[in-house]
Design a protein around this ligand. Structure first.
Ligand code: ZN
Length: 405
């Protein structure tokens, strides 16, 4: 187990690094027009990594949207293990926040500020672990890649570019045919080990009616009432059909109506209504399967309706994600938790929200999600638990020791 002194030092380091990152505005400009983006924070992270002995770079995922990468080369050559530690540098906006968002404040074992929890705390723990590993007099066989991704909060441009670069061998200094490869995504999990999360589909539906004077029932066809039939089917799908599926870590899939618009004025039959739907998926559910589910829903809603059949499409898709509990990276983090903290039965679970782990998983990089405790992601008050930062950093160090040996 980590000695008291070293755990305290690691906690201090991880907390200070997190505070430095919180102090840098990195609001996602795709979410908030004029947002600062990842340029300044990526450069700051690359400078830190380079100072500790990493080969650091800030390749752009899109114009003005850099990732920050650091490679700590092992001694093992092209077949040595490769461990990726990943987090995202962007945050959501700061409107309505209670405290100054970019002035990190530490009190009572909590560090407050935008992004402290989601997820500059995870990045602080990753960097503290990286600094610790780089300071060792000897290198392990395996290579450590620290990758801080841009744009996770919007379209995951950063991790998509990273996955493409890894596939194309475009990240210098990595083993070409690693004997084992694994990733830890340090999104906040309250120190639980997550090995699955849901995916989602976004769908759009339109019903058409016929505009007419409100008194002219013979000519008017009500597009909103037609959408009502779609909504009834949607509610039945959510309460009757979807509860029959269940995943041991993720529960059941779900669907909800997200936005609706239609109608012109009180005395006119509405000729058009649009609905946006979000369907949250379990591992194994496919884009084609959900598209077929939507078609069946629309066919049922349209049957016997006075107007044209409703139309719709599935326009955005993210896979759900799951890895087997016996892949090397899961075994390695369980060993790491035991070595660092004496924890023998850590909570193993699933996260509800979608994460970049699905992108890494689809690229053949088994990914565990494990990060600090705290609260307030995307909220008016956001904080990360500072002792948790130290424990996460210590787990990362111990996990890397095992995986890269
Ligand atoms: Zn996040």
């Amino acid at each position: 187990m980590a000695e008291q002194g070293s755990l305290a030092a690691l906690t201090r380091l991880a907390t200070d690094l997190t505070a430095r990152l919180v102090a840098i505005d990195s609001v996602n400009p795709s979410l908030v027009p004029g947002g600062a983006g990842e340029g300044v924070i990526a450069a700051a992270i690359a400078r830190l990594l380079a100072g500790w002995g990493f080969d650091a770079a800030t390749p752009e995922a899109a114009h003005g949207r850099p990732n920050a990468l650091g490679v700590l080369r092992g001694t093992g050559g092209d077949e040595a293990p490769l461990l990726l530690l990943n987090g995202h540098t962007d945050t959501v906006g700061v409107a309505g926040m209670r405290d100054a968002p970019f002035t990190p404040v530490e009190r009572d074992g909590r560090l407050h500020g935008r992004g402290a929890f989601d997820m500059k705390g995870g990045l602080g723990a990753i960097l503290a672990a990286g600094a610790t590993l780089a300071a060792r007099p000897e290198r392990p066989r395996g290579t450590l890649l620290i990758a801080c991704s841009a744009d996770e909060e919007y379209a995951s441009l950063g991790s998509e570019a990273l996955v493409a670069a890894l596939r194309d061998g475009a990240v210098p200094g990595l083993p070409a045919r690693p004997a084992r490869i694994g990733a830890i995504l340090c999104e906040p999990t309250g120190e639980a080990v997550h090995i699955a999360h849901k995916g989602f589909a976004w769908c759009r539906v339109e019903t058409r009616g016929r505009a007419a004077h409100g008194s002219d029932y013979a000519s008017g066809i009500d597009a909103i009432a037609a959408m009502g039939r779609v909504l009834t089917g949607l509610a039945r799908l959510d309460t009757e059909t979807l509860p029959r599926a269940a995943h041991p870590l993720l529960g059941r899939p779900s669907v909800h109506a997200a936005t609706i618009a239609g109608g012109r004025e009180l005395s006119t039959y509405p000729d058009r209504c649009t609905l946006e739907i979000e369907r949250r998926t379990l591992p194994g559910e496919t884009r084609a399967g959900i598209a077929a589910e939507l078609r069946a829903l629309l066919a049922e809603a349209g049957a016997g309706s006075p107007g044209p059949a409703p139309t719709g499409d599935l326009f955005f898709w993210r896979d759900a994600y799951e890895i087997a509990p016996d892949v090397p990276i899961v075994a390695a983090i369980l060993d790491g938790l035991r070595a660092a903290h004496g924890i023998t039965h850590p909570p193993i679970g699933g996260a509800f929200g979608w994460m970049d782990s699905a992108l890494f998983g689809a690229a053949g990089i088994p990914t565990v999600i494990y990060g600090p405790a705290g609260a307030g992601a995307h909220s008016a008050e956001e904080w990360v638990d500072t002792p948790s930062l130290g424990r996460v950093a210590a787990t990362l160090v111990a996990t890397a020791d095992g995986f890269l040996a």
